[in-house]
Design a protein. Structure first.
Lengths: 351, 97
């Protein structure tokens, strides 16, 4: 069974390559569907396959750039990418990320980095999950009220509408973002991207997990456009991250390319699935993914205070993440196949 | 509205000042150099590992070029396969519910 293993030239470890492809498919599906890189899923996955942690992070970022490019190409064809918004946000993201990274260096000197980062991550995930489910509940209430009044709710109506308050800020220059259907001050996307970039820099993540809901709730993008535009951002920041990690010698390109074989298929499935699942379906699934991520981070934090349960928590966190990736991938793939079957059947019926 | 603007200005100022102060105070740690073991490798893998050992700059440039190129190739290939399914891959209905 030696042929199932590849010797990685830089890391010097033998890796089970079908595992890399399976991981690529899973994260491709989820990334293409939610509009994020999915570092929180891939890094532990690569680590389990045998990569040292430093190589796991670098390789993940390198593969993330390629995978996001594939998803962006597909979302671009659907009209889900607001390139103007993406380009404006890059400025804030890069600046914010650098400030966040410098802040981490400072925390490292204080020796408190691990605990601060994990607690901050927990608070942030709880906040995002609350935001998503509060939005869904409010949207359902609006739908019920409209039904009782004998009206139909607008197709693009949303629950939480914080973005409307932010759109009232008229600090020049004002920008018209056609694809997203937004007219606002350019400082809004710059400010939001700086804030999300800063958080990403502190937490050491790509930022898609924060940027996607921020694009929806703070900037006011429709869900599909938020997914597509965020992937465009992930692609750019992924390439930048791949550059810095590779220069530090922490990227295994061979593994990244093997993962891309699976991710190219997965990214297409995830991106096309957004055609058949409406905005709130995506938001609810995203909320569940965030809850799963919250529990896994919590499981990693418990052993800091109770070292006796270290092994149980570690195994539970890994099982939870891999289980979540599998369940979400299956759900998205099934929805995509069902939608495609319906569309093909409808086309045949027309002919 | 004025209150909201005030809060936003305060937040941006706080982030800016903290960030600049931290950026000024941060010092770099000594980098750890990892050397690839080429003894067990042959062919293109050995060449790749040697490139890594000889120049991180060339290695980085090539990695940054290869990733998007491979992404585009795989993306186009997957596109060709998907187009055979018979679904419309160029439009979608925008709706939140």
């Amino acid at each position: 069974m030696d042929w199932l293993y590849v010797l990685m030239p830089i890391a010097g470890v033998k890796i089970f390559w079908p595992g890399l492809i399976i991981l690529g498919v899973g994260v491709g599906v989820i990334g293409g569907f939610f509009g994020m890189g999915g570092a929180w899923m891939v890094t532990p996955g690569l680590n389990i396959l045998g990569f040292p942690m430093a190589f796991a992070i670098g390789t993940d970022i390198a593969h993330m750039a390629g995978k996001s490019l594939i998803s962006t190409m597909r979302h671009g064809k659907f009209g889900n990418v607001d390139y103007k918004l993406g380009c404006i946000m890059i400025v804030g993201t890069v600046a914010g990320f650098e400030v966040g990274a410098q802040m981490i260096m400072w925390l490292e000197k204080l020796g408190a980095v691990d605990r601060v980062v994990r607690w901050l991550y927990l608070v942030l995930l709880a906040l995002i999950a609350w935001m998503v489910f509060a939005d869904v509940a409010k949207r359902l209430r609006k739908e019920r009220e409209a039904k009782m009044a004998g009206k139909e709710l607008d197709k693009l109506a949303t629950g939480l509408e914080w973005h409307k308050t932010f759109h009232k800020i008229k600090i020049p220059p004002m920008v018209h973002l056609k694809t997203a259907g937004i007219y606002c001050s350019a400082w809004l996307p710059i400010g939001v991207s700086f804030f999300t970039g800063w958080l990403a820099g502190i937490l050491g993540i790509g930022g898609g997990l924060i940027r996607m809901p921020a694009l929806i709730y703070l900037v006011g993008c429709p869900t599909h456009v938020a997914v597509g535009t965020d992937l465009f951002e992930v692609m750019i920041s992924g390439l930048y991250g791949a550059g810095t990690y590779t220069y530090k010698g922490r990227t295994e390109l061979v593994a990244a390319i093997i993962m891309l074989v699976g991710a190219s298929v997965g990214a297409q499935i995830g991106s096309v699935a957004t055609k058949y699942i409406k905005g709130y379906g995506i938001r609810i699934a995203f909320g569940l993914a965030v809850v799963g991520c919250f529990v896994s981070v919590l499981l990693k934090l418990i052993p800091v205070y109770y070292p006796a349960v270290n092994q149980i928590c570690d195994v539970s966190a890994t099982v939870l993440i891999l289980g979540l990736v599998t369940a979400l991938s299956i759900y998205i793939t099934v929805k995509m196949v069902q939608g495609a079957q319906r569309e093909v059947a409808a086309k045949k019926a027309k002919v | 509205m004025k209150r909201l603007l005030g809060w936003m200005a305060l937040m941006v100022a706080t982030l800016w000042v903290t960030g600049t102060a931290l950026a000024a105070g941060g010092g770099g740690a000594a980098p750890i150099v990892i050397v690839a073991d080429t003894r067990r490798l042959s062919g293109i893998m050995a060449w790749w590992a040697n490139l890594y050992n000889e120049s991180h700059v060339y290695f980085t440039i090539l990695t940054i070029v290869i990733i998007p190129v491979v992404g585009v190739i795989f993306g186009v290939l997957a596109d060709v396969v998907m187009s055979h399914i018979g679904i419309d891959l160029k439009s979608r209905e925008l709706a939140e519910h």
